[in-house]
Design a protein around this ligand. Structure first.
Ligand SMILES: [Fe+2]
Length: 201
């Protein structure tokens, strides 16, 4: 495939290996997800506390423990690459977490609607993580970093599993009960407005 700009060939120069652009980008993305996981670790505590059902609370608790393990796994990847583990601010993750916090503020405490909304917020984060880890695995393989690729792939599989679990929880009953909750609210609003109008007659 033709590239638009090919200014210099990465890789070996005068017999000396230098860090290529792709390798730098790979490291950059690693720092991005390192930051993202750490932010999510904090956010998950708030999301758990805001949950209505025990089921979602447990799911966020498990997710929290898993995220701790994933951060340790990233530490190992940095170690393999002989790089210092450090995060780089990820605006996408900041935005997704901000959205989760808005959801908490905008939905009523103790409702199933709160849980349905929290699940969607958590899944948006999962999808961001899946995209990043998926890309990182491919880049690691391209760069011949097979041990790093294997570790990143392990996390990728966990993120996919978490996403499926959240879908299962939503579909099993939360979304249905959130809709029932809506119907009950509508009915009580109808009956109270009916009794209000009858009292005027
Ligand atoms: Fe994660």
């Amino acid at each position: 495939m033709a590239t638009k700009t090919a200014t210099s060939a990465p890789g070996h120069t005068n017999g000396q290996k230098r860090e290529g652009l792709l390798e730098k980008f790979f490291l950059d993305q690693l720092k991005d997800i390192y930051y993202a996981e750490q932010q999510m670790l904090k956010a998950l505590k708030e999301m758990k506390a805001a949950s209505t059902t025990e089921e979602l609370e447990d799911a966020f608790e498990n997710h929290h423990m898993q995220t701790e393990k994933q951060i340790k796994r990233l530490d190992k990847v940095f170690q393999i690459l002989k790089e210092k583990p450090e995060g780089k601010r990820c605006e996408a993750m900041d935005g997704l977490i901000k959205e989760a916090k808005t959801i908490i503020n905008e939905t009523k405490e103790g409702t199933m609607t709160r849980d349905a909304a929290l699940i969607i917020a958590a899944q948006k984060v999962e999808h961001y993580e899946i995209a990043t880890y998926g890309g990182l695995v491919q880049l690691a393989l391209t760069l011949g970093k097979h041990r790093a690729a294997a570790l990143l792939d392990k996390t990728l599989l966990e993120e996919e599993q978490t996403d499926h679990n959240l879908t299962y929880i939503a579909e099993a009953h939360i979304n249905f009960e959130a809709e029932e909750e809506d119907e009950k609210t509508e009915k009580s609003m109808e009956s109270s407005s009916a009794s209000a109008s009858s009292s005027y007659n």
